[in-house]
Ligand binder design. Structure first.
Ligand SMILES: NC(=O)c1ccc[n+]([C@@H]2O[C@H](COP(=O)([O-])OP(=O)(O)OC[C@H]3O[C@@H](n4cnc5c(N)ncnc54)[C@H](OP(=O)(O)O)[C@@H]3O)[C@@H](O)[C@H]2O)c1
Length: 305
């Protein structure tokens, strides 16, 4: 099969399309013909030489990619309820930038026909990440919530889930050209330059109950200044500051049941997935470059034929 692989640790230029042996589904596994794979900062970190702490080994040449959508084309022994031809989306830690991926049968859910391949390929990583973070900081009806980096893929899911779970007011930081976009998701937009805490105070005179930071900087500073209960601030960006700032340490594993819940929200029209850009496998390098600008709205995906 063809796959985009990391051939050495370094910048986006180390990505190459190469031939690999077709993987085979073992017991309890399925093989999926990948139609789309989301591009995540996680993948860029692996490319830079970071080894995720999940007991996995990164071996060069390494195929990155931890989320995908596609069509089941092999079903391993002992797998029930999934058949060849099923359209699915799911998660892994590596190996998704490829024509085929083999994963456990408990790492996929059905893809509704109304969900595009790109949307399906780009849902699980940031969708589940936002879900885990907002559950940890206990979003509840009536809350006023600050989402820093609200136009990014993770932030956009967080805005929508906070509204879904009853937040009265969601304030989202973004550059001006993304304000209409995050307004359309249900947030009140605010720019993230210096003086952010004061701008948020004006928008939320009764205070901010909880905050989720996906971009650091002024947004995280404002969160620490404005949210009284530090257990209700989560950062997925400034991990090095969590202890110093006394913030909640948030960890969580992806699950098929959580993914199914997100798919259902999408089907009901309550979770929108904006595709920022879609690249062919051969341009995985450009997809990484685009993501690493750290500006733009929604999700970047690789689209296979
Ligand atoms: N499961 C997960 O999703 C997960 C888990 C762990 C960690 N993370 C981390 O979460 C972060 C965000 O991921 P992502 O996929 O959402 O990234 P992304 O799609 O690249 O989004 C970046 C967003 O950040 C905004 N931004 C840039 N600089 C900013 C600043 N100084 N203040 C506020 N906002 C700023 C940009 O807004 P403008 O375009 O408007 O400037 C852009 O919309 C990454 O660092 C990733 O490693 C994610």
């Amino acid at each position: 099969m063809k796959a985009a692989a990391i051939t050495a640790f370094g910048g986006p230029e180390v990505m190459r399309v190469m031939e690999f042996p077709d993987p085979q589904a073992g017991p309890g596994q399925v093989r999926v013909r990948v139609k789309a794979a989301g591009v995540q900062h996680f993948d860029c970190a692996v490319r830079n030489g970071w080894t995720p702490a999940y007991g996995i080994e990164v071996k060069l040449p390494q195929i990155p990619g931890n989320e995908f959508a596609g069509i089941v084309d092999q079903v391993g022994d002992g797998v029930t309820g999934i058949s060849v031809g099923s359209e699915v989306l799911g998660f892994a830690l590596l190996n998704c930038y490829a024509e085929y991926v083999v994963i456990g049968a408990d790492q996929i859910v059905s893809k509704p026909s109304a969900m595009s391949w790109e949307e399906a390929g780009g849902l699980t990583g940031n969708g589940q990440g936002a879900y885990i973070a907002l559950k940890a900081i206990g979003i509840k009806p009536g809350d006023t919530v600050l989402i820093n980096g609200a136009a990014g893929s993770l932030g956009a899911f967080a805005v929508q889930l906070a509204k879904e779970w009853g937040a009265k007011t969601v304030i989202g930081t973004a550059s001006v050209n993304n304000h209409d976009y995050i307004r359309s998701l249900g947030a009140i937009p605010v720019t993230y330059e210096e003086g952010l805490a004061n701008r948020v105070r004006k928008l939320a005179p009764d205070g901010v109950d909880a905050a989720f930071d996906t971009a650091g900087g002024e947004g995280l500073k404002a969160a620490v200044e404005l949210v009284q209960d530090k257990n209700r601030i989560c950062t997925f960006f400034a991990y090095d500051l969590i202890e110093e700032l006394g913030l909640r340490v948030v960890r969580g594993e992806r699950s098929a049941s959580r993914l199914a819940e997100l798919v259902e929200l999408h089907s009901k029209g309550r979770l929108h997935i904006h595709i920022r850009d879609s690249f062919p496998l051969e341009r995985a390098e450009d997809a990484h470059r685009a993501l690493e600008t750290r500006h733009g709205r929604g999700k970047i995906v690789l689209k296979m034929d």
